[in-house]
Design a protein. Sequence first.
Length: 688
Amino acid sequence: MKKVVFRLILIAVVLGAGYGVYHFFQGMSARQQSLPTTKVRRGDVVVRSFTRGELRAVRTASLAAPNLFGTVQVTKLAPLGALAREKNLIVEFDDSEVLSRLESRQLELDQVDEQIKKAQADLAIRNNQDQVDLLRARYAVRRAELEVKRNEILAAIDQKKNILNLDEARRRLKQLESDIKSKQEQALAEINVLREKRNRSLLDINREKMRLSQVKLLSPIGGLVAVRQNRSGFSGMFGTQVPDIREGDQVPPGTPVADVLDLSELEVIARVGELDRANLREGQEVVIRLDALAEKVFDGKIKSMSGTASANVFSSDPGKKFDVVFSIDMKQLLTTLGAKPDAIARILALAEENRKKPLSVTTGSMFGGMPGMAGLMGGGAQAGGMQAGGMPAGAAGGGMQSGGMAGMQGGMPGAQAGGDQAGGQGGQRRAGGFGMGANSNMTPEQQKKMQEILKKALNGKTMIDLSPEERQAMFAKVREEAKKAGIEMPQRGGNRGGGPETAGGAGAPGAPGAAGGTGARGAAAGAPSFGPQAPGAAGGGNRGGMMGMGSGGAGGFSAKDLENATLPPPPEEGDTMEVLLRPGLLADVEILVEKVPNAIYVPNQSIFEKDGKPVVYVKSGENWVARNIKIDKRSESVTVVTSGVNPGDTISLADPNAKPGDKKKADEKKSSGGAAGALPVGGSKGGQ
């Protein structure tokens, strides 16, 4: 009985195993028949790379708050999105504190002037009294000498008295001359102290005038106005929205307030991964699609690429990527927007004009900018005064002459015989020569060329080592070389670098000089500097230099430009053709990496990993055979192979040996990049 039961169990097991084997092969056959397949193809493959970025202006003029040495409060601000023209007012700051300080400095200057006049008058009165005392002493000496000549007829004791009286008279005369000289030197020293105090007041006035010229920031180019966010006055939590700068806000000095974006030339900036960066080069053609202009395609090229990768802390992608800048065909873009041919020609001409303008952050510092070369290397206190950049212009006669310290000796009371000439000649010096601002309209290439010309002209020397005559010859040579190089330098005279020309009058001994007339042009005062221009100095002039300092806030704009500047119209009132493309619009960029002709390629999803090598499953009869392949290039959809398969082979798009539980593992691999995605390839992601 036991044997029968055992045999029945054995038969049941064998039948079950047979049924299982039969069911397995039947299921495998059905599964193999349901696998998606495709053919290996031969043809041209275009390897593409895709990225996403944003539109921006090629040239941007940033306007920053100046250092007004006080509260910097915005009183006027151009509307956000307004289309500004060149010399339009963009930002204006409160100038009440500057005006108050300027009035105080002017009052101090007037007080010092009155003190100088009083000191000069007292010195003149004292000199007159001293001259009377001196005449009396000389008369006493002469009388004593005459008495001594009568000694032959006098007694011995009278002779001795006359000799003693003569010695005493001579001693008194000598002592009186010494006292007069000492008192005169002391009085002149006191006047010089007052003059230095006056010079300091003039410097303070010039600083305040310079700050006053910086309260208005004008647009150096035409473009779209973009207002910055007021991060300095906002203390919200991280991630909250920061408000834009508005009228009435206070901003720290040097803070960018607004940008003027040149819309005549745009570009797209995007970020690409390491694999894509290795296959990109400048000049590659790209196809650009803007989100705001659906179904519109624009041509472009790779303009520049960063050499190092960086991470964006505000992005969800923690990986480091490279910045790539793409140019866009502006003519095609404007035509697509519906611009007329004359408008397109005007915009492209504006782009060419703006391309030649050196743009930088427009701001003002304590002195309106760093000293230029002339301010650092220029002449010392010579007959013409402090030459480079020029001291404040405009006092009369014995005061501060146009050009600096000149004429200080000429108008002094009690000066020597040559004092009159010194006062007159010194006054003929122009304020600052041709001053600062020689490069205010130069391109960076021209500035570099000018520096080379100046370095060659100096021949290893400094400005301090040169005499005034050598400086004149050197400047003439620099001007000639600049003219040959096609660089236009400012002419001597006019408003560039100094105030109006004034000449100190001839001061009579003991009295201040009279107000001067028109000075001679072309005086050798002031070195050409290659820094920014300076606003008007005391004594007049729109661009007078001060100690070689330039103005960054109002550089390149005259007083008339600042006075007549107006805010641009709001966006809805102006011409909107050029603001249809707002910087910041998102754009998709398709980069044409490479075109591989007559290549054998397979879909990316047909490549699998087996034993660490890429394989494809090729159908051989009723079975699937794994073949190792060698990858040449990879795009976003297909892979170019050099060996392992032949055109026309049927390959599987799914793993024929995959078990039902492997699907979840495959999905996990895909989410982490997958093994095949990490295979070394020669090309970047892209499209066919």
